[in-house]
Write a protein that binds this ligand. Structure first.
Ligand code: DC
Length: 233
């Protein structure tokens, strides 16, 4: 197994997950979805009634449980390169995508003790080599990653991609609304107090506005061959 650590950061809806899963599958390394870990902590807090009031006292209970090591998170790679996540032994990969989790995860992801906990988990799970995606991987979680990639694409193109995905799922989204949401998320992600989204100085920028997944693989293959003597294709 290749012991390389690849950190992928970038704006929402730039296809970080798709890109990272494809790399994991082709290189046979572990894919770690840091957002999924924030979602798993959120699910734990929801299940233990620790979010209901959004009050400090409830968050204190979550903090205590984290400190006492009560949240048991494990991951397992799937055949296609993606990741399965377990909470206290239960496969929660589907549950963490539900609306209730999505509604609460941003708030939970701003809590410093949650960020520290997720960082520890990512280090524990990924130290032996992995490709990881998120918002602060190359800047805060693995500042010594072997390769850092910062993904971006035109907001309008990202909004079009989201609209297409939603239409395929049988929904009828409004393009202007989706575009506004993309722009708002960009702002929130890059203005958060702790570990905001920003490009690491040594990150390579990948603007995939006009690239297919295969184009992105060709781009990465060139870099991996040149820098690490690793072939992706
Ligand atoms: O990528 P996602 O939608 O699964 O992320 C879920 C939430 O976690 C989202 O609010 C952004 C946040 N997140 C974060 O703050 N830092 C990361 N490294 C990854 C995700």
């Amino acid at each position: 197994m290749t012991r390389i650590i690849i950190a992928i950061d970038g704006y929402s809806s730039t296809g970080k997950g798709t890109f990272a899963v494809e790399i994991a599958r082709r290189l046979g390394i572990l894919y770690l979805d840091s957002g999924a870990l924030y979602r798993t902590v959120t699910l734990y807090a929801l299940r233990h009634g620790q979010i209901e009031w959004n009050g400090e006292i409830l968050y204190r209970q979550l903090q205590e449980d984290i400190l006492l090591g009560k949240i048991d998170i494990a991951v397992q790679p799937k055949e296609d390169g993606s990741m399965r996540v377990f909470l206290d032994g239960e496969d929660v990969s589907g549950k963490i995508r539900e609306l209730e989790v999505a509604r609460n995860v941003s708030a939970i992801a701003t809590l410093p003790f949650v960020r520290n906990f997720v960082d520890e988990q990512l280090h524990r799970l990924g130290a032996g080599g992995c490709v990881m995606d998120g918002r602060d991987i190359g800047t805060a979680v693995f500042p010594n990653a072997d390769l850092k990639i910062f993904m971006t694409a035109d907001a309008e193109i990202r909004a079009q991609r989201r609209v297409k995905q939603m239409e395929e799922a049988g929904q009828h989204p409004n393009f202007e609304e989706i575009l506004k949401n993309v722009q708002e998320r960009d702002y929130i992600d890059s203005h958060r107090a702790m570990n905001p989204l920003r490009q690491a100085e040594d990150a390579l920028v990948l603007d995939n506005s006009h690239m297919t997944v295969e184009d992105q693989m060709v781009w990465l293959d060139g870099i991996l061959r040149e820098r690490f003597n690793i072939k992706l294709l």
